[in-house]
Ligand binder design. Sequence first.
Ligand SMILES: *Cc1c(COP(=O)(O)O)cnc(C)c1O
Length: 340
Amino acid sequence: MAKIVLNKSHYFHNLKIISEHVGSKEKVAVVLKDNAYGHGLLEIAKLANEFGIENAVVRTIEEAKKIEPFFRQILILADNNLNTYSHSFHIVINTLEDIQRLPENTNVHLKVDTGMHRNGISIETLEEAILGIYKKKLNLTGILTHYRSADELSCDFFWQRSVFKQVKSETKIICEKLFLPIPKFHSANSSGLFRFKNFDEDLVRVGIAQYGYLETNIIFSNPKLKPVMSLWANKIATRTIKKNQKVGYGGTYLAKNDMKISTYDLGYGDGFLRLNGTQKYTTPKGYEILGRVSMDNISINSDDDEVCIFDDVKELAKLQNTITYEITTTLNPNIPKEIR
Ligand SMILES: *Cc1c(COP(=O)(O)O)cnc(C)c1O
């Protein structure tokens, strides 16, 4: 099978840039949902822990359980079927109904919709929600929101930020009335983070930037992050084909000369999105993927035993008309990982 190599020094480089931007490691929450964007949940959790990161964000309780030993706090974005209890788990409340579903003493972060209109309670119900949390005896440990266009050149980001500022001051007033401690506030994802000049929140939820990418408009001066993942494929067979012979499904690749080609053990079944034979993709070493990607095979004009398919997915994302997130996240979780 193919394999994923994780570059530890690149990962630590990115975490250092992120921690320095927010002022301390304690404020960084690494987002590890969806198998750490395809990088491997456990592998990345262990590395983040070794670097000194104390907070993580996942989607489900199952994910949280797997990484529990490595973090002081784990934020769970969208799962309130609480069948295990851990002091380190904090559940995100997305609707007023969520409050009723959770058992007493659960740590909760309340999500407020400041304009994305995807998840979170509306601002008009902030007081009702906090009062509900108080009556249900849940521990309100955080208040969060999410930006719809932190990565774009528009005023939406500033507008949502000012709405969240209002949420913060209202929350403080409500909590003081109820004698509740002031919760932690957080709003920024990767692209939002680098639009703060002086980061003044309690936590940043950083996903894609820790893995070495930012989809932010290049007009913003972005830090030099280094891609963490490289994907490698192993040779299955080598053959020599003659001029004018065709390769693969549909015969979309036509040999212009006699040439040596090999088949490698990677395909769209491994989550390497299918190239349909019209896109020209070259590997970092300059080899070409010939014709269509099959379910478990690709053909390459190489006879190396092992070929690095990518060590940076930006070009491939462009070629596939998608974003870097999708290229790494769709990779099959069963692909073995190696840390170097
Ligand atoms: C996925 C996610 C993030 C991380 O976003 P990036 O753009 O990858 O940094 C942050 N917050 C929430 C609520 C998310 O769902």
